[in-house]
Design a protein around this ligand. Structure first.
Ligand code: F6P
Ligand code: MG
Length: 479
């Protein structure tokens, strides 16, 4: 990659990279070890048991290496095609150590190393050590899930039966109502990202529920520092008016559970309103940054909805241990969830929801490399009206995780993905890392000066917690 700013490193004392490597990663590995232990409890099979014990000891070794600032070692040949690229980059970086290595590469490497431990076994090859956590947080999002399911059913029913939105009499009314809903759906989708599991090390479930309700969303609008949603809406309506038959929107997914749920809400709305005709989802191929969506997470979410009474009527192991009693759904709540399930299942059945994994999304580099390293995917994304990149890591990858000035235009910071690329990029990002671009002059300084903002410590602390967000568009189709 060639860009003028330098990448954040785990040795930068003022970067979130510093605490990530020293505090968060060991905790994340420990949680993984606990999960494998749990699965071992219910296992009788000899080989599964012995492989499981081996996995635990390999994870413990990895944790030791991270904590004791050892050298990053080559990823063993586990049969996958991306090992060579990871390892040649490692060699080119000169055998770095955990506490002084570019943040983006080393964090991707961490999850790839974890995955290779599983891939080298026979019975644990496709085991997802984060699946339990993902489902547990989805379960704890129940109040927001029920609120959104009710709202979704009302909106979609109206759109499908009357082809209009309540109160809209003229075409202009309808378009305005459509825009209001589009913005609302996108903002739901944006804040659904505020609560990913890799940050759960410092957020309680109660905090999460507060973040997910509709009141919280309205109050949070002032925390969206740049909001290009009206531009995105114009792009989608223009394509519709042009009479273009195929109008595809892509979602480069981030987290499973509640965030995937709200991604599907947005996707369903885009189809029901005719703002798009197909939605292509891009999941990850290996357990990634704890909470990211794997293809299996789709199935897990849909089957939780299909069997919602069972899902919510039973307790997670932790709740059971805490002596909680299950609270059954009311008939209306259950009906709303069934409506959602049916609607999404039929869209999937009709080929309007498409799942398209690609190994590029779990590579160790930034998206600046897309045209070079995955030309077919690059061409494919050009076919889309709008490619929505969800979440923090996608934003770090778009901007190469480099220490840009906060006023650097978004279109510059995304390099080859920017103007002239032929790709329309929309980033929906709650800030959980240092890099931020496209801010008006003085904005970074203004927020730094607020309580907890970082002051003049040199750290952009305000950008670490998911409290602030940016929604930025680059229209790569016009140059
Ligand atoms: O900043 C914490 C962190 O875990 C980063 O390591 C990573 O970029 C990000 O959050 C993951 O968040 P998201 O799920 O939004 O990409
Ligand atoms: Mg994530």
């Amino acid at each position: 990659d060639t860009f003028s700013a330098s990448q954040y490193k785990t040795s930068d004392a003022t970067s979130f990279a510093h605490t990530s490597a020293r505090e968060r990663w060991p905790i994340i590995i420990t949680q993984g070890i606990d999960d494998v232990h749990r699965s071992l409890h219910g296992t009788q099979d000899e080989q599964t048991l012995s492989e499981g014990k081996h996995i635990v000891s390999e994870l413990a070794k990895l944790k030791y290496e991270v904590q004791h600032d050892r050298v990053l070692t080559p990823i063993p040949d586990d049969g996958e095609s991306d090992v060579a690229a990871y390892n040649s980059e490692l060699a080119a970086r000169g055998s770095p150590k955990w506490h002084s290595v570019p943040w983006l590469y080393s964090e991707c490497y961490l999850y790839r190393r974890i995955s290779s431990i599983f891939k080298q076994t026979t019975n644990w090859k496709s085991y997802d050590l984060f699946a339990r956590q993902k489902m547990a947080t989805f379960r704890s999002s129940r109040p927001a899930v029920l609120e959104l399911a009710a709202r979704y059913k009302d909106i979609v029913t109206e759109l499908e039966q009357k082809h209009t939105i309540q109160g809209a009499k003229t075409q202009a009314d309808l378009e305005e109502a459509e825009q209001v809903l589009f913005v609302e759906m996108c903002e739901i989708c944006l804040w659904g990202n505020a609560t990913d599991l890799s940050l759960l090390t410092n957020l309680s479930y109660e905090d999460i529920q507060k973040l997910q309700g509709s009141e919280a969303r309205k109050a949070s609008e002032k925390n969206i520092l740049v909001n290009d949603l009206s531009k995105a809406f114009k792009i989608l309506t223009a394509a519709k008016k042009e009479g273009k038959k195929e109008r595809r929107v892509d979602i480069v997914l981030d987290n499973a559970g509640f965030e995937l749920f709200v991604d599907l809400i947005l996707a369903g709305y885009l189809l029901a309103s005719g703002l798009a005709t197909t939605i292509v989802f891009h999941p990850k191929s290996i357990p990634w940054f704890v909470s990211d969506v794997l293809p299996a997470d789709f199935g897990a979410l849909l089957s939780a909805l299909a069997n919602s009474q069972n899902f919510y009527g039973s307790l997670s192991d932790d709740d059971q241990a805490a002596g909680k009693a299950p609270v059954p759904l009311t008939d209306a709540e259950n009906a709303n969830l069934q409506f959602l399930f049916q609607h999404w299942a039929s869209m999937h059945g009709e080929g309007q929801f498409v799942l398209r994994p690609n190994i590029f999304w779990t590579a160790g580099g930034s998206y600046w490399r897309l045209p070079q390293s995955e030309p077919e995917l690059y061409e494919d994304l050009k076919e889309s009206e709008l490619v929505i990149f969800k979440g923090d890591l996608n934003y770090r990858k778009l901007t190469a995780d480099a220490a840009w000035q906060a006023t650097t235009p978004f279109t510059d910071a995304i390099g080859p993905m920017g103007p002239g690329s032929g790709i329309r990029v929309l980033a929906l990002r709650t800030c959980k890392a240092d890099v931020v671009v496209g801010l008006p002059e003085g904005e970074d300084e203004r927020i730094k000066a607020m309580a907890g903002g970082g002051g003049d410590s040199g750290a952009r602390k305000w950008a670490w917690s998911g409290k602030w967000a940016v929604v930025q568009l680059s229209d790569g189709k016009t140059s």
